[in-house]
Design a binder for this molecule. Structure first.
Ligand SMILES: *Cc1c(COP(=O)(O)O)cnc(C)c1O
Length: 359
């Protein structure tokens, strides 16, 4: 008797596995190390108690979108909210193109995962390595705009998707370079994921292009990873399409209310103690002899042959980071978390001192 079988393509998929376990120091997911301050928690609780829980949420998250748009000085009609920007990436990949998609390497893995999931043809553009060995921060894993443009033209790419600043490399492309890419590829839809742009100043969010979708998230700089809210910013035609594609009640009433409160609180939003902490972390890691890249984000990235060993040693010491092959990605935490991290890396180096200069 014939029985139901999952499609082969789906059978091969494996569920996403974040690092699980109770680690004292979590530097693995690029979240903010700080929970919301008490006054904001109290305000949220008070306002949430007023919600009509029996009613569906606003399908367009109007008030949350308004607060987001006001904060970035853009128009609400150019914004759609998603259940995290992850959800929006899924919609975008699944329906905004029928042609070939270009993703970059190294870059955020979800682009490729969604392209595979939705059976899209995709090509991978390999970033440049420009390592000059010295003890300072290095420019590495660079996107060469000219080469990327030529690659997309040769491959007849219809959608180009990349993060700027990049997760995981922490490197950023400046506005002029990104603008050049956009203008050179007028027939390509550019998905510009600015998840970390709140840590840098090269955003294109205030400029509207006919062929660009900018993604932003509440999850990183603003300390709201738990509530799952992300945003797409684009011209009205694309925004209308995304509104038509999305599940009607994709964002819930509680998260909408929280975004409305947080994005209206300018005092809270400008309180970024961790900019200087990240810069110090880059310096401290370079001092340990690692070739750490020049970070424009809240995390650092470096390559070492001992990545796997360091990763395990840190876990044994209750510190979670991310390891991708020969590279480590470490989120900047609180001052004391960063100090514990550096102390632990020093202990690793001392125990493995034979060749820690040629990592
Ligand atoms: C974390 C991250 C996201 C996901 O953001 P959510 O809004 O939490 O889904 C998107 N893009 C990049 C590059 C990220 O690092």
């Amino acid at each position: 008797m014939k029985k139901y079988a999952l499609p082969e393509r789906v059978k091969k998929l494996i569920p996403y596995e974040p690092i699980t376990g109770d680690y004292e120091i979590r530097l693995d997911a690029n979240e903010s190390p700080y929970n919301l301050p008490e006054y904001l928690k109290e305000k949220i609780i008070a306002e949430i108690s007023e919600i009509d829980f029996n009613r569906y949420s606003d399908p367009y998250a109007t008030k949350a979108v308004k607060a987001f748009a006001d904060y970035y000085n853009i128009k609400p009609e150019n914004v759609v909210a998603g259940n995290g920007s992850d959800e929006l990436i899924g919609y975008i990949v699944s329906v905004l193109t029928e042609g070939k998609i270009c993703v970059l390497s190294d870059d955020f893995s979800m682009y490729r995962i969604y392209a595979e999931l939705y059976n899209k043809e995709f090509v991978i553009f390999q970033k440049e390595r420009k390592t000059q060995v010295n003890n300072k921060t290095l420019e590495d894993f660079i996107i060469d705009p000219e080469k990327l443009i030529a690659f997309c033209q040769e491959q007849d790419v219809k959608m180009l998707m990349f993060s700027n600043p990049c997760n995981p490399t922490s490197m950023g492309l400046n506005k002029t370079d990104v603008r050049n890419i956009i203008n050179a590829l007028p027939e390509t839809l550019i998905i510009l994921d600015e998840a970390y742009m709140d840590f840098w100043n090269q955003s294109l969010i205030e400029e509207l292009f006919p062929n660009v979708v900018i993604l932003r998230t509440a999850s990183k700089a603003f300390g709201l990873a738990g509530i799952r809210m992300g945003f797409a910013v684009a011209n009205i035609e694309i925004i209308t399409a995304l509104k038509a594609i999305k599940a009607p009640y994709n964002t819930n009433a509680i998260s909408q209310k929280i975004v409305e409160i947080i994005y209206s609180d300018k005092e809270y939003l400008k309180n970024f103690e961790y900019f200087s902490l990240k810069n110090k972390l880059v310096g401290d890691i370079a001092e340990l002899g690692f070739k750490v890249l020049n970070s424009t984000t809240n995390f650092v990235y470096f390559e070492t042959e001992k990545a796997e060993d360091i990763y395990k040693f840190l876990l044994e010491n209750s510190i979670a980071v991310r390891c991708f092959g020969n590279t480590l990605r470490i989120t900047s935490g609180t001052e004391s978390e960063n100090n514990v991290l550096i102390g632990t890396l020093k202990r690793f180096n001392n125990a493995n001192s034979s060749n820690n200069t040629k990592n």
